[in-house]
Design a protein around this ligand. Structure first.
Ligand SMILES: Nc1nc2c(ncn2[C@@H]2O[C@H](COP(=O)(O)OP(=O)(O)OP(=O)(O)O)[C@@H](O)[C@H]2O)c(=O)[nH]1
Ligand SMILES: [Mg+2]
Length: 457
């Protein structure tokens, strides 16, 4: 199915100077427009071949020496005729080429419009379209791996299988409703409940994968906290290997929080340095501490940085008491200044399994601390990227609605509710699953998905 009439165009490579820059066109005028502007050196444009030549503006003024490729529809990415003009990667050249194709009738593409066309022309489903975006923005190789599974359609197939099982159940329910008198083999209510529950458990499995697999896509949030001057910023700098945060001997140096993304052997980590904790009177510092506390609330792991040369502060003790032990790591910092382990650190070491003697200044003890974060993030965190089908937030929310509907359905089947009412619930559950793959998707949902794409994709 051809969905669109007009031809769209955009610069598909990142803004800025590069070796090559690509202007992409899609639509039924792509070839015609290009032919008017392109002067091949030797041969004419042929499908799936690169053709060398000059691209001109509409007044025949040469703009750049280029390579042009032509992917005819419906076999192309969008399902329409696609042209890619490989220019020299100068933004001024790419803009001029874009302007030239637009002067002959192409329209500037919206963000994600090429992929949207691919979806609307039936080349990919919605879960695959979202996987394209996830591929582009995945922070590590593991995230790319997960997105690739979805791009290949694995999640969509899983959803379609679940959906067709529910559809079969629905057909059986309809038979029972339409021919109540006849001797048709009808599914008993308890059997129906069992089958629905089985589907519901599988939906739940996908939802759990989201919770656990989120670390591969969004990263693990690790927050550094502790009293002022404990060495949080020094630790941040030591971990990332550069002077990102300001370090001074003045207590209260860090006032806002600072975030840095790091790659911990394939595990994406968002490392956050926060304002030190103390009784503050300064408005800016108080605000900074509030921000820090919010971050503590959403942290996957909290590193309590303690100054080993001082007894724990009241803030340290509060965190030690209130934090879930499996989320807490203690860094006994400034250990380079310690000649004999103080009594309080020895006591603390007896109580807490994940406590590390470190020196942010000398860079010692950091490997063990980071190894523990990695190990803790991966332990019990379910799916490894291999083979996992991890839904994104939007897909998860559809799955949750489907799961609730199925749970209720199973309960009602057991309670002897009539089959025609149950079949409505099955419809709802199916329609939620349909929204994952985009069989049905309201326009505003579609728009909000594609708005997140970059222009030219
Ligand atoms: N000897 C020693 N000094 C350290 C170590 N880590 C930090 N310091 C010093 O401690 C002081 C405070 O360090 P920061 O990293 O700014 O401490 P902070 O926890 O970020 O402090 P605030 O931002 O004020 O909360 C600086 O003078 C650092 O040089 C360490 O491992 N050993
Ligand atoms: Mg600091």
């Amino acid at each position: 199915m051809r969905y669109f009439q007009d031809t769209i165009a955009a610069i598909s490579t990142p803004i800025g100077v590069g070796a090559v820059g690509i202007v992409r066109l899609s639509g039924n005028q792509s070839l015609e427009i290009t032919k008017k502007l392109f002067q091949p050196k030797h041969k004419d444009l042929k499908p799936y071949k690169l053709t060398h030549g000059w691209i001109n503006n509409k007044y025949d003024k040469p703009l750049d020496e280029v390579l042009v490729s032509f992917m005819p529809g419906p076999g192309s990415y969008t399902g329409e005729d696609v042209i890619e003009i490989n220019c020299h990667g100068n933004p001024a050249i790419m803009e001029a080429v874009l302007e030239a194709v637009m002067s002959l009738g192409a329209r500037q593409a919206q963000p994600g419009e090429f992929t949207k066309r691919s979806f609307l022309n039936g080349k990919i489903d919605l879960a695959q379209a979202e996987a394209v975006l996830e591929m582009i923005s995945a922070p590590t190789e593991a995230g790319v791996f997960l997105a690739r599974n979805k791009l290949k359609g694995h999640l969509s197939r899983k959803i379609d299988t679940l959906r067709s099982r529910l559809q079969q159940l629905k057909e059986q329910l309809c038979l029972a409703v339409d021919f109540p008198e006849e001797e048709i083999e009808c599914l008993p209510a308890h059997e129906l409940a069992l089958r629905v529950q089985k589907c519901q458990r599988e939906v739940m499995g996908l939802i759990r994968d989201f919770e656990q697999g989120r670390i591969w896509t969004d990263g693990v949030l690790v927050v550094l906290t502790g009293r002022v001057n404990a060495g949080k910023s020094s630790l941040m700098n030591a971990i990332i290997g550069r002077e990102r945060a300001i370090v001074t001997e003045i207590p209260g140096t860090t006032r806002d929080y600072l975030e840095e993304a790091i790659n911990l052997q394939g595990l994406p980590v968002r490392l956050v340095d926060t304002a030190g904790l103390r009784e503050a009177f300064d408005q800016v510092e108080i605000k900074g501490m509030e921000k820090g506390k919010e971050l503590i609330g959403s942290a996957d792991f909290l590193v309590l940085v303690m100054d080993s040369t001082m007894e724990p502060s009241s803030h340290d003790l509060e965190i030690l008491d209130s934090m879930e032990p499996e989320k807490l790591l203690i860094a006994l910092n400034k250990w380079d200044l310690i000649t004999c382990a103080p009594r309080w650190t020895r006591e603390l070491e007896k109580k807490h399994p994940f406590i590390f003697r470190i020196s942010a200044k000398m860079g010692t003890g950091l490997e063990k601390l980071m190894a523990r974060i990695r190990q803790a993030a991966l332990t019990g965190k379910g799916p490894r990227p291999e083979g996992a089908l991890i839904p994104n937030l939007r897909q998860k929310s559809c799955l949750e609605k489907a799961s609730l509907e199925l749970l209720e359905l199973a309960r009602e089947a057991r309670a002897g509710i009539s089959y025609d009412l149950l079949s409505t619930r099955l419809d709802y559950a199916c329609s939620e699953l349909d929204q994952v793959t985009g069989r049905i998707t309201p326009d505003e949902v579609l728009n909000s998905i594609f708005d997140n794409f970059c222009i030219g994709k």
